[in-house]
Design a protein around this ligand. Structure first.
Ligand SMILES: [Zn+2]
Length: 326
């Protein structure tokens, strides 16, 4: 009896103790509940060193929509796409597509690769590259070279702002094949009309002074263009090397980190020549996997920097972690 009373008292004591310990936490929680969820976005730039170069990826925004089927895998049964998504912990009916321009400071030049969707997309929460470039510590006036990988709206949309060049001190570099394709007058009708019209208004006025390059040509020492045609007829990617460190900017060679990399032969609605684009995917990612070099993919999940491992079919995307912090 005594023992049991003691036990009960002990139990009561411990409850009281727990309550007194818990009380300040409850009060703290009550105070915090008066604060609205902040909802503010992270600055959304990611910076690392590559040799002596400083590389910054900037999120222009993320668009969520239906898919990935049939945007990805239109030449497959829908179930095959659903199964691959499920195996990778992704839903089958919604997907997120991010847009990631890259800024490279070489020590001499500040080079911007692609410009995001631009002012026309701001109402939809996109086109944030300009604001985030400034948040990352640079002004649009600091950019000395603008490189365009291809002429799709999510890459050239930010070239101008209120009818004026967004980067007034920059010179322009773009692929000659791409330029000649989209500026040909016959592209202004039919399925090429939308991009050709945008080219006429947005790109052509700046392109008259641009350096038009081809496969293997240098943009600057350490930055070399490589042809990866198919997504568009003149789609270009860039090999970057500084002090022995390498990186590939693959632009739109692969547009979904699971569908396009694990199944490189699956058709992608955005690819103008679907077979040639699939061949380019195989060629580019075979090289990246064999050389074990990092890459930045314009539509990879932000911060859009990773590696690929070659599998029996396709490649597995491995997002970068602390490799560049060591
Ligand atoms: Zn794109």
């Amino acid at each position: 009896m005594t023992l049991s009373t003691d036990r009960r008292s002990l139990f009561k004591l411990s409850l009281a103790g727990a309550a007194s310990l818990a009380m300040p936490q409850i009060m703290v929680r009550a105070a915090h509940a008066d604060v609205a969820q902040a909802g503010t976005e992270a600055p959304a730039f990611h910076r690392f060193k590559l040799g002596t170069f400083e590389v910054t990826t900037i999120s222009d925004g993320i668009r969520v929509g239906d898919g990935p089927y049939p945007t990805f895998g239109a030449n497959q049964q829908p179930e095959a796409v659903s199964e691959l998504m499920a195996a990778n912990f992704l839903p089958a009916d919604r997907f997120a597509n991010g847009f990631t321009p890259t800024l490279i400071h070489t020590g001499k030049d500040l080079v911007l690769f692609d410009t995001g969707l631009g002012e026309g997309a701001r109402g939809g929460g996109l086109g944030k590259m300009r604001e985030r470039l400034q948040a990352s510590g640079y002004s649009p006036d600091d950019v000395t070279v603008v490189v365009i990988t291809h002429f799709h709206p999510d890459h050239v949309g930010g070239l101008t702002e209120a009818g004026k060049p967004s980067f007034p001190k920059a010179r322009y570099v773009m692929g000659k094949v791409e330029h000649d394709f989209w500026t040909a007058p016959e592209r202004l009708s039919g399925p090429t009309a939308q991009v050709a019209t945008l080219t006429k208004t947005k790109v052509a006025p700046l392109a008259k002074d641009a350096t038009l390059i081809g496969d293997g040509e240098e943009v600057l020492p350490g930055i070399t263009a490589m042809a990866a045609h198919g997504h568009t007829p003149g789609h270009m990617i860039f090999h970057v090397e500084s002090a022995g460190k390498r990186l590939v900017l693959t632009a739109d060679t692969a547009n979904h980190y699971v569908a396009s990399l694990q199944r490189p032969d699956w058709h992608v609605a955005f690819d103008l020549d679907k077979e040639q684009a699939a061949q380019s995917r195989g060629k580019v990612f075979d090289m990246i996997a064999a050389d074990r070099v990092p890459f930045i993919g314009y539509h990879m999940p932000y911060p859009s920097l990773g590696y690929v491992e070659k599998m029996d079919v396709g490649y597995r995307y491995v997002p970068a972690s602390y490799q560049f912090d060591l």
